[in-house]
Design a protein around this ligand. Structure first.
Ligand code: TYM
Length: 320
């Protein structure tokens, strides 16, 4: 089975990205053919600071490698290093009704948040469809916010296939229900564009400060707390097995601890979970030439697949 997923380098990776997508990718690369890429063209569509785009792209590559993407098993590349995707994006635009794009929640949400309604932001799902269809992905592990984009990809692919024969594989989203929407420090979906993230690789003090900012209710110290309605608990439970969760819930209900205590526990969980990755990250940051060599060899593998597919598509639609 071929599995594909991408992440925008529009800022630092956060634990929503990790549990929503990266953790699934790490699991899947063991048993399936994984295509993992950094969606740097997508980063042109939103409010990201372009002065930082090159550096962010490099750092997301470092983070992926540090977290365990294995370039010997997985095709790992930067989107812009296989430019066929832009050609497919244009060709697919012909099979994309404007009404389909107008219904996109993420477009409407981003515009409501003040991001300029550019053509790039509007046509972003077509580029995402090109990412997926160019590489004949069967499954696409993502968080819940991307499900509609997968549905649009399927619609576009079906429309194309109806006209030209079975050229594209019809992909399916893979969403892990328990981590489909990781909450941010304010309880809303964790998102770079909401400014409510906890970054995977924060400095230790900054991480504790960030955890301290998680919004909780105002139950006074000494009274039992309700784990089911607590953002700190929701985040901590991502790192715990069933027994760990039960024990944490018991401490919540015991009335012996306040939120300050649980915010420290959460910081420890995050800090310890990513400790091995943090070491690998420091290594790759000091050896950028290794990172670029890995990306180049990944790009060559991606291009080989992309060139073959785009030739079939060009032929089908009559591009000389
Ligand atoms: P992006 O960069 O916004 O997010 C990367 C991945 O992280 C998931 N995610 C979350 N999951 C759970 N809870 C959260 N709070 C949370 N925040 C983010 C996202 O669902 C996503 O899986 N359009 C994509 C990138 C992309 C792509 C693709 C993905 C471009 N082409 C092709 C798959 C296939 C995006 O902007 O993700």
């Amino acid at each position: 089975m071929r599995v594909l997923s991408g992440i925008q380098p529009s800022g630092k990776l956060h634990i929503g990205n990790y549990f929503g997508a990266i953790a699934q990718m790490l699991k899947l690369q063991k048993e399936h053919e994984l295509f993992a890429f950094i969606a740097n063209y997508h980063a042109l569509s939103g409010g990201a600071d372009l002065k930082e785009l090159k550096q962010n792209t490099f750092e997301v590559a470092v983070d992926f490698l540090a977290l365990g993407i294995d370039p010997d098993k997985t095709v790992f590349w930067v989107q812009s290093h296989a430019k066929e995707v832009l050609e497919l994006y244009w060709i697919l635009s012909r099979y994309t009704p404007v009404g389909l794009l107008e219904r996109a929640h993420s477009y409407k949400d981003k515009v409501a948040k003040g991001i300029a309604p550019s053509h790039a932001l509007f046509s972003y799902p077509v580029l995402m469809a090109a990412d997926i269809l160019l590489y004949d992905a069967q499954k696409v592990p993502v968080g819940k916010d991307q499900i509609q984009h997968l549905e649009m990809t399927r619609d576009i692919a079906i429309k194309f296939n109806n006209e030209h024969g079975e050229i594209f594989t019809i992909p399916e989203a893979m969403v892990e229900e328990s981590v489909a929407v990781v909450p941010g420090i304010d309880g809303a979906k964790m998102s770079k564009s909401y400014g409510n993230t906890i970054e995977i690789f924060m400095e230790e003090k900054a991480l504790q400060k960030r955890c301290n900012k998680i919004v909780t209710d105002s139950t006074p110290l000494g009274e039992p707390l309700d784990p089911e309605n607590c953002n700190v608990y929701a985040l901590a439970s991502l790192f715990l097995d069933e027994q760990g969760k039960t024990e944490l819930a018991e401490r919540y209900r015991s009335g012996e601890y306040g939120y300050g205590h649980f915010k420290k526990e959460l910081k420890e969980l995050i800090w310890d979970h990513f400790a091995p990755a943090r070491e690998k990250r420091a290594y790759y940051l000091e050896h950028p030439e290794e990172v670029f060599a890995i990306l180049e060899s990944g790009a060559a593998k991606a291009r080989a697949v992309a060139e073959e597919k785009i030739a079939i598509v060009r032929d089908a639609v009559g591009i000389l």
